[in-house]
Design a protein around this ligand. Structure first.
Ligand code: NOJ
Length: 549
């Protein structure tokens, strides 16, 4: 068995490197990955049984979405107890087995920490509602505006005001998401102490790190000032995201003092060699810098602008380039996520969408930082098509007409058959009318050169190359034609062709380069100092065959 403590990404030479450098991550949406007991909902034992599949795929770091006791108003992102497991998903012993099997397979386990808000069913909030002053101050309260309405103009990400009136006390409490997700008050030192205890609990159990939910929004303006408007408000009934985008979020997110929380956690994580990766959902690349650049806060932050690129070489180059510059080598690159469409859908769907997805992953794999696949990406899955009557995402349920997140959350397809190997029962969310037997893991394992096979070969190559790269943002973007994005990182060169016809990409210092991978299959040809890249594909070349670490 590989020794996880030796670190898959150690640098050549004497300099020891953090274990997460050079890793590849994989997001598991627990409700939809693998059901082991036939209730139609994924669980920890289901995950444990599939860990060998992830190790074979070439994953180093597994992130599991929340499994804590929860009323599931936001499918687990409403936590009623931060140090236990919801019976739907198993128990603490199941979690211990997941940790231990992950380590035996040479992988690391990252769990989801939800510190911005708890569930309204959490004993802290119940005590707060009952008037207990200690717990009251765990949340954000304010008196009504003079007209009796909400204290300011802040809005919830899920629609409506970010404030709900507590009739008993006559005060409003704040919630950037559902009313069932009251925001915690990070201006209160007692909340810091609570989360120190929570982090220690999990790190002492062997968990290797945390993905921090809504990391950019933990603290807010102490004066609770109105956000400036940047556009006219959309008409009533508009999607919550349109209302959200009409404001400049100057006072309800991205406050300077949030870094104090992460500096404290950085010291705590260091005691356990644990990893902190933030969901810093800020779409201006520059804003990411503060969270990661000083290296005494978060170890990494997801780069969400990477989820918004059009299939356009110029846009990809500009967006990823700005992120690389801002991220100082410390970004995580999501290919898709449980909140966003699968990349194959985003890039147009069908065979074309799948081809583009793998080309994009090839590029992400060469960037400094950690590429993250979302479950099913390795199969080239598109979003599942879920009929409106089956909507489960609270965003869609509470805002009829708004695009919900169910499409990316439909259950994994492991093998042909009625429950696709995911469940023997009725799945909590339909698989999607567009799922086919040939999409499944079992079918793709039988098919030479499948999407799964090409993804595995890519990840194996990245594992071979990563030890030769330094941690810094040492990317050189190469001059290329309009449809091509090309970069060089040390001894590696990747060229992506977003155009509709094959592109000849001229290689700098041509004789040095050996083609190793093409997302379109086969090995690319180099002729006359150029490599030919198929449309909607990427190729990877190296200067020499680096020795495997
Ligand atoms: C981000 C999570 O990824 C999302 O699923 C959730 O709804 C919100 N944070 C609120 O916790």
């Amino acid at each position: 068995m590989p020794d996880v403590r030796s670190g898959v990404g150690e640098e050549p030479g004497d300099r020891p490197s953090a274990w997460w450098h050079g890793t590849v991550g994989y997001e598991i949406y627990i409700r939809s990955f693998q059901d082991s007991d036939g209730d139609g909902v994924g669980d920890l034992e289901g995950i444990r049984r599939r860990l060998p599949y992830l190790a074979e795929l070439g994953i180093d770091l597994v992130w599991i979405t929340p499994f804590y006791p929860s009323p599931q108003a936001d499918h687990g992102y409403d936590v009623a107890d931060y140090v236990d497991v919801d019976p739907t998903f198993g128990d603490l012993a199941d979690l211990d087995r997941v940790v231990s099997d992950c380590h035996d397979l040479g992988m690391r386990l990252v769990i989801d920490l939800v510190p911005n808000h708890s569930s309204s069913e959490h004993p802290w909030f119940r005590a707060a509602l009952a008037g207990d002053p200690h717990y009251r101050d765990h949340y954000v309260w304010a008196d009504p505006a003079p007209d009796g309405g909400p204290p300011n103009n802040w809005v919830s990400n899920f629609g409506g005001p970010a404030w709900t009136l507590d009739e008993r006390s006559g005060q409003y409490y704040m919630h950037l998401f559902l009313p069932e997700q009251p925001d915690l008050n990070w201006a209160n030192p007692a909340v810091h102490d609570e989360f120190d205890r929570i982090l220690r609990f999990w790190f002492e159990r062997g968990v290797d790190g945390v993905r921090i939910d809504v990391a950019h929004s933990l603290t807010e303006d102490p004066q609770l000032r109105d956000n400036p408007r940047r556009a006219a408000l959309p008409p009533a009934g508009a999607a919550p995201s349109e209302v959200w985008d009409a404001y400049e979020h100057r006072f309800d997110q991205d406050q300077a003092d949030v870094l104090d929380v992460f500096r404290r956690w950085n010291a705590l994580a260091a005691e356990h060699d644990a990893f902190l990766v933030g969901e810093v959902y800020l779409l201006e690349p520059d804003l990411l810098t503060r969270y990661v650049a000083d290296q005494d806060g978060l170890h990494s932050s997801f780069a969400f602008p990477a989820l918004r690129t059009a299939w356009d070489a110029g846009d990809i180059r500009t967006t990823l380039g700005a992120c690389v510059t801002a991220g100082a080598g410390a970004l995580s690159w999501p290919l898709s996520s449980h909140d966003d469409p699968h990349a194959a859908s985003r890039f147009g769907g069908g065979d074309r969408g799948r081809r583009r997805q793998l080309a994009y992953l090839t590029l992400l794999c060469a960037l400094p930082g950690i590429p993250f696949l979302f479950q099913g990406d390795e199969l080239g899955l598109e979003n599942g098509v879920v009929a409106a009557g089956h909507a489960a995402d609270p965003m869609a349920v509470r805002n009829p007409g708004a695009a919900g997140r169910d499409g990316s959350r439909t259950p994994m397809v492991w093998e042909p058959g009625p429950g696709f190997g995911f469940t023997t029962g009725e799945p909590w969310l339909p698989f999607g009318s567009n799922r086919r037997d040939e999409d499944t893991v079992a079918a793709q394992l039988q098919q030479p050169d499948s999407h799964l096979d090409r993804t595995r070969r890519l990840l194996a190559l990245r594992r071979e190359l990563a030890p030769c790269w330094d941690d810094g943002a040492s990317v050189t973007w190469l001059e290329a034609t309009e449809d091509v994005v090309a970069l060089q990182r040390g001894d590696t060169l990747v060229a992506l062709n977003a155009g509709e016809t094959a592109a000849r990409v001229r290689l700098p210092d041509a004789g040095r380069w050996h083609p190793r991978y093409a997302s379109s299959g086969g090995i690319p040809e180099v002729a006359d100092g150029a490599v030919v890249v198929a449309p909607d594909a990427a190729v990877l070349l190296v200067t020499a065959s680096p020795s495997a670490s």
